[in-house]
Write a protein that binds this ligand. Sequence first.
Ligand code: 5GP
Length: 191
Amino acid sequence: MKELQERIKKEGIVVNQDILKVDSFINHQVDPLLMEHIGETFAEYFKNHGITKIATIESSGIAPALMTARCMGLPLIILKKQPSSILNDSLYHTQIISYTKEISYELTVASSVISEDDHVLIIDDFLANGEAATGAIRLLRKAHATIAGVGALIEKSFQPGREKLVSQGFDVYSIVRIRHMSEDGIEFIED
Ligand code: 5GP
C-alpha cells in the first residue's frame, strides 16, 4: 500500500536497524483516515475467509483493528495485558515474552466474548519476531476459537515473524513489508 509506504518514508524514524518509530501517525498520534484505508485493505483481502471476529492486542493495534472490524461489520475483541493477580476462572490467559521490548506480560480474554464458533482475524501494528501474534493465537485457541489469519500494518521481513507463522500454516497479510532499514533509508518489498 503506497499510502502507508509514503507515510513511513516521510515520518518514520529508524531508531536502529531493528526498530522503527511511527509515533506521529500510528503509535502515539493516530491518523484516522489512514487507519480507515488500512481497514478497507484488510477487509478486502480477508473478505471470503468466514471471519466472525477481529482481535487485537492492546493498545497500538486497536485503531486499525477497529477500522477493519467496522469495514467487515464484525465485533472487535481487545486482548488485554493484565497482571496475574486479577486472573479468574472466566478468563483465558497466556504469557507472552517480548524480546523486542524485553518484557513479559500476561495476555487475557474473557470466555464471555469468544467461543468455539469463532473464526478470528488477528490484527497488530508490527510483525517482527512473531511473539505477540503467536501468543494471541495460543490464547484464542485456548478459548476454542479458530484462526483465520494474521494482519500486520508493518512487517519487518528481515525478522522471523512471518516465516514462523507461515510455516505453521497461517495466512499472513501485511500492508507494507520492509526488506531492510538503516539510517540511510527504508527499503520495501514491492508486491
Ligand atoms: P513481535 O512480537 O512480532 O516481535 O513484535 C510485535 C510487537 O512488538 C508489536 O505489537 C509492536 O508493539 C512491537 N514492535 C515490534 N517491532 C517494533 C518496531 O520496530 N517499532 C515499534 N514501534 N513497535 C514494534
